[in-house]
Write a protein that binds this ligand. Structure first.
Ligand SMILES: [Ca+2]
Length: 330
């Protein structure tokens, strides 16, 4: 089945790029979505995750400005997970902001409602690209369950399927761990889903050498991105002294999910039936992926990535990011 030439997407993000010590991969994911000629970003929705939702919204607006795309609408989303109290804004979690506003006042409507409106207005046309805790998407599905059948596809970064986090404090991958109930609801929705898990995304790495190359580019985004990358690698080295993978490079989790929207051939996919543990004493957010190998197997509810062509992705990513600055040149 051929893919359309351009995929129109709603990007749901917990972007932290630009805030010291915050994860950079949502920022690179947004940059890649803007840079890839096969992707058209219709709407960006924000959610609590890497930072509190107001910070995420502000940084998203700033980054779109930096990328030369201030025209892309941004809708502020959920400030907390569905049921748990975990939030980056824990002390102020009960503070209520008027819905649909942010620091700049440019945010049109609440994220979940905007997702419902946009998807239902053009059934089969929009792809939801989810690179954050799935709270907004679960809320949209609760408000209008037909979103599950009207969305072209949900492509997500989330879960860890063939391995384990091996971290007792966060047994599920971050996005599932923050809002396991939302993740479970999305997998139960019947929507067509492709999931790129941590076991695959942590294989694609951005090194200090890559950052140095970006810093040498002519435009402003490369230098900004290189500085953020250096800072994030140093942060990870300090925070994960026992993890060899985190020394000298950082993973491009979210950009890989964005790339897979229009370049599915970069990954190997396998049908699976995924369930997410919501209440486990030791297993909050853990994804159980049944690979459907037994005669009693249930129907698949998604496809999961099981392998990635690391070199092909890295080349594509660096080429697209470099292209952003070329576009900026007079
Ligand atoms: Ca993210």
């Amino acid at each position: 089945m051929g893919q359309p030439l351009t995929r129109r997407i709603i990007l749901d993000t917990d972007l932290g790029m630009g805030q010291p010590g915050s994860d950079i991969d949502d920022g690179f994911a947004l940059a890649l979505a803007v840079a890839d000629p096969g992707i058209d970003v219709d709407l960006v929705t924000t959610v609590n995750g890497n930072a509190d939702v107001d910070t995420v919204t502000r940084l998203t607006l700033e980054l779109l400005q930096r990328l030369g795309r201030p025209d892309v609408p941004v809708a502020r989303g959920a400030a907390t997970p569905l049921l748990s109290r975990w939030s980056r804004a824990a002390p102020d979690v009960r503070r209520v902001d008027p819905p649909g506003t942010d620091a700049s006042g440019r945010s049109p409507g609440h994220a979940a409602l905007r997702i419902v409106e946009r998807v239902m207005a053009e059934p089969g046309e929009l792809t939801l690209v989810c690179i954050a805790p799935l709270t907004n998407v679960a809320l949209a599905l609760a408000i209008e369950p037909r979103v599950a059948r009207s969305v072209a596809e949900i492509v997500m970064m989330g879960g860890v399927f063939l391995e384990h986090t091996n971290v007792a404090a966060m047994p599920g991958e971050f996005n599932f761990w923050v809002d396991p109930h939302a993740a479970a609801a999305v997998f139960d929705s019947g929507a067509p889903i492709r999931a790129v898990g941590l076991d695959v995304t942590r294989r694609v790495r951005l090194t200090r050498a890559h950052a140095a190359r970006m810093a040498g580019s002519a435009g402003g985004f490369g230098r900004f991105a290189a500085a953020c990358t250096d800072e994030w690698i140093s942060h990870n080295e300090r925070m994960n002294p026992g993890d060899e993978r985190e020394q000298g490079s950082c993973a491009l989790h979210d950009p890989l999910a964005v790339a897979s929207v229009v370049h599915p051939e970069l990954l190997t996919w396998r049908p699976a039936r995924v369930a997410v543990e919501t209440d486990g004493r030791h297993t909050r957010g853990v994804a159980v992926a049944d690979l459907l190998t037994t005669s009693e197997a249930a129907e698949p509810n998604c496809r999961i990535a099981v392998d990635v062509n690391v070199d092909a992705f890295t080349d594509l990513f660096l080429d697209r990011i470099h292209g952003l600055d070329q576009k900026d040149r007079p």
